[in-house]
Design a protein around this ligand. Sequence first.
Ligand code: HEM
Length: 157
Amino acid sequence: MYEASPVEKGAPVEWKLPPREFYEALGYDGMKDLMYRFYDEIYDSGIANFFPQDEEEFDKVKEKNALFFIELCGGPKVYNEAASGTDLNEYMLRIHDQFSIYDKSRFEWLGCMETALRATDIDQKLKDEFWDYLEKFSKLTVNSFTDGSTYYATTAV
Ligand code: HEM
């Protein structure tokens, strides 16, 4: 697997946005393609149960996810959603509060991204930078721990 370290509950996480060059290398359709392939992996993964089982609902999440990443990486502001007027990254964390996400699930999630990224033909350096964002930001989505406790991180440091 690409490098990934475990979550330390409550520890600050220094993350930074993926570079705009990542979006520019892929383009709008390339980003969609990447994210659709990622969701195909999710569908066949051990965390598929977290996601809607109804195909139409699953497709909606898939589309929203693609638009989010396009906007996040400096593409057009197509995600918006209820997020407009709030901080996009904080909003994204709060979306995940409704699910019990353990580090184990995060590793599965990252594994799906890794598979999708490996099959993406762009400069490895750009993939590494994108991965760095994913590996770190995803730590903040982990809210459930094996000792039975919960902790909801924020983007404020
Ligand atoms: C870098 C970290 C992550 C980012 C940027 C991210 C991004 C997103 C986005 C954009 C959506 C769609 C939001 C919408 O409905 O508008 C979403 C939904 C979701 N994500 Fe994540 N995610 C991350 C990590 C994770 C991890 C580690 C899990 C582990 C299971 C996860 C599970 C889910 C689930 C279950 C949904 C919602 C499905 C539904 O609406 O029913 N995410 N995420």
